[in-house]
Ligand binder design. Structure first.
Ligand SMILES: NC(=O)C1=CN([C@@H]2O[C@H](COP(=O)(O)OP(=O)(O)OC[C@H]3O[C@@H](n4cnc5c(N)ncnc54)[C@H](O)[C@@H]3O)[C@@H](O)[C@H]2O)C=CC1
Ligand SMILES: O=C(O)CCC(=O)C(=O)O
Length: 523
């Protein structure tokens, strides 16, 4: 497919707004074609079409929406290798990673098709009428989840497929019955157009209303702001910086009708190395840690940015293993020159901090490549300096040397909300781990053992979320089937005649979906 450089509004290429070009991540040079940022009229039209599509789309049969999601997955695969080639050029990410990410994207769309067919996302609850109840009769109450309305989705720079135009937010919003207006990330407009055209093609094939999906371009923030401010947008999905996410939260809260923003933002993902684990395999954990730290040049929100351990021979073994591994790691192209600059500034700030020691660096590289770095400090210094808690987006991590488990506890107690926490342990560490779990539950969305948080599994029990600032709302997840809850809200129908009820609530259960009757799951 030849790129047009135009927004996709209601299935058609449109727009003559300000021109910009994509930049090759490896060289910093502009690449063809010219893209056109959406104008105020383009945003208005995309939102109007989404609004017009909403009532018809939200009541499409779940089976039809499932087929639509599967058609999107197939259309993405049908783009073929040109998607991977364009994406490699724009993001600097290697082929194997992007092929894997395409598989994850397609798998995610198909998982939501399964969620639609299974039906429990509708959350149906029925409390049948009790006309003879004393002292008062009970009315007939029936609850189902309905779609919230058109959703604005912001593509993430670091997952140009799985968290972008047809990524998790779009898949879960479309599954819920919400039209999507996607705002392409300026770092990969060509990839975004290819995927956006695949979504539009699938929508046409499946006979979906034309406003079910639109894609808008911009190389700045104006289009995103207009979109979030538009009265027809009912919710926002975002993955990116804390600055961007909190700006959108503020904008959404200040609207005449505030709307929820589901933003996944910054996280440093503490890794706790417990004493027996360190004593028995400190060096091996150090080597595995470097693998997780430097994967994708560290450009994961799940990247292990903070390591906590009690000082001693085990920690020394970890540090030697990590330093030896890190020194052999080649510098890798980062996603954008801006992200590279921000990474270098974060590393420089750690280097300049008198309480921080540089332990090891990866190999140096070219102008757009990130050089990995490992630093250390004491628990006392960490506790005294809030700046040490800031996310450095890239392959940099800070080891906090603690005098005892009490200091590990004190550092964890100080941390902001996180996506993940990892505990490395042996059976002899179980008591210490048990004591830390309640505190970790308060601070993180996922607690894992003897591993690292990168490479999130897409499934039904996954939580990719966590308290602020990991996300704007820690009650759900942005990965996995539970993400559909972002875009649903419950409606109760009291004493409606059966013929007026939506099919999922009708007495005969014509859709055959799981329901709770009087608080118990229907047999
Ligand atoms: N923790 C994480 O998962 C990630 C963190 N980052 C951090 O963010 C920095 C910048 O990277 P980006 O990916 O460009 O993230 P970003 O947050 O700057 O941009 C993400 C998207 O939001 C839009 N946007 C940003 N600020 C906005 C505002 N005030 N109003 C309306 N729209 C706005 C942008 O146009 C873009 O489409 C990185 O250097 C890194 O520090 C980036 C990606 C993921
Ligand atoms: O580690 C992963 O698979 C997902 C990471 C993520 O959500 C992110 O970096 O934004």
């Amino acid at each position: 497919m030849t790129l047009t450089g135009r927004n996709i509004i209601g299935g058609r290429p449109e727009g003559e707004g300000t021109a910009f070009r994509a930049v090759a991540a490896a060289t910093g040079r502009e690449i063809e074609p010219t893209f056109h940022a959406a104008t105020a009229d383009d945003v208005d039209r995309a939102c109007a079409l989404a609004d017009q599509a909403f009532d018809a789309y939200r009541e499409t049969d779940p089976e039809r929406r499932a087929a639509f999601l599967e058609a999107i997955a197939q259309a993405i695969l049908d783009i073929g290798d040109s998607l991977i080639v364009r994406c490699m050029e724009e993001s600097g990410l290697p082929r194997a990673r992007l092929e894997g990410e395409r598989g994850r994207t397609v798998g995610q769309l198909r998982m939501f098709a399964g969620v639609l067919r299974e039906g429990s996302f509708l959350g149906v609850r029925i409390d049948p009428a009790l006309p003879d109840r004393q002292p008062l009769p009970r009315p007939d109450l029936r609850l189902r989840n309905v779609a919230v309305g058109p959703v604005a989705v912001f593509g993430a720079s670091n997952f140009p497929l799985a968290f972008s135009v047809a990524g998790g937010d779009t898949a879960s919003a479309l599954a819920a019955g919400c039209p999507v207006v996607a705002k392409a990330h300026p770092a990969h407009p060509g990839t975004s157009e290819l995927v956006g055209a695949a979504v539009a093609k699938a929508a046409a094939q499946c006979g979906m209303p034309e406003g079910v999906f639109s894609l808008l371009f911009d190389d700045g923030i104006v289009v995103g702001q207009r979109l979030v401010s538009d009265s027809r947008i009912a919710a926002v999905g975002f993955t990116g910086s804390r600055t961007g996410g909190t700006a959108l939260m503020k904008l959404a809260a200040e609207r005449p009708v505030p709307i929820p923003v589901y933003a996944e933002m910054s996280s440093i993902n503490p890794v706790v190395l417990l004493p027996d684990a360190l004593a028995s395999r400190g060096g091996a954990i150090g080597k595995a840690f470097v693998g997780a730290l430097t994967l994708g040049s560290g450009q994961f929100c799940t990247n292990p940015g903070l390591v906590l351990a009690v000082e001693g021979a085990g920690l020394d073994a970890f540090l030697s293993g990590a330093a030896a591994a890190l020194e052999g790691v080649a510098a890798q192209t980062m996603l954008t020159p801006g992200i590279h600059r921000t990474y270098c500034a974060g590393v420089a700030a750690l280097e300049a901090n008198e309480a921080v020691t540089l332990l090891a660096r990866g190999r140096g590289g070219g102008e757009t490549q990130g050089q990995a770095a490992l630093f250390a400090t004491s628990a006392a210094a960490f506790l005294a300096d809030h700046r040490l808690e800031a996310e450095v987006f890239g392959a940099a991590s800070l080891v906090v040397r603690c005098r005892d488990i009490g200091e590990i506890r004190a550092v964890l107690a100080r941390l902001e909300g996180q996506l993940t926490a990892a505990l490395h342990m042996e059976p002899g560490d179980h008591e210490a781990a048990r004591a830390l779990l309640p505190m970790l539950e308060r601070r993180v969305g996922r607690i894992l053992v003897n591993g690292f948080g990168t490479g999130v599994e897409v499934g039904h029990a996954m939580v990719h979320g966590g308290p602020y600032p990991a996300t704007s709302d820690g009650r759900t997840t942005s990965v996995g089937s539970l993400a559909i809850q972002h875009f649903l809200r419950p409606v109760c129908y009291q004493d409606l005649p059966d013929t007026l009820l939506p099919r999922e609530l009708q007495q005969a259960n014509p859709l055959g979906i799981p329901r709770r009757i009087d608080g118990r799951h229907e047999a």
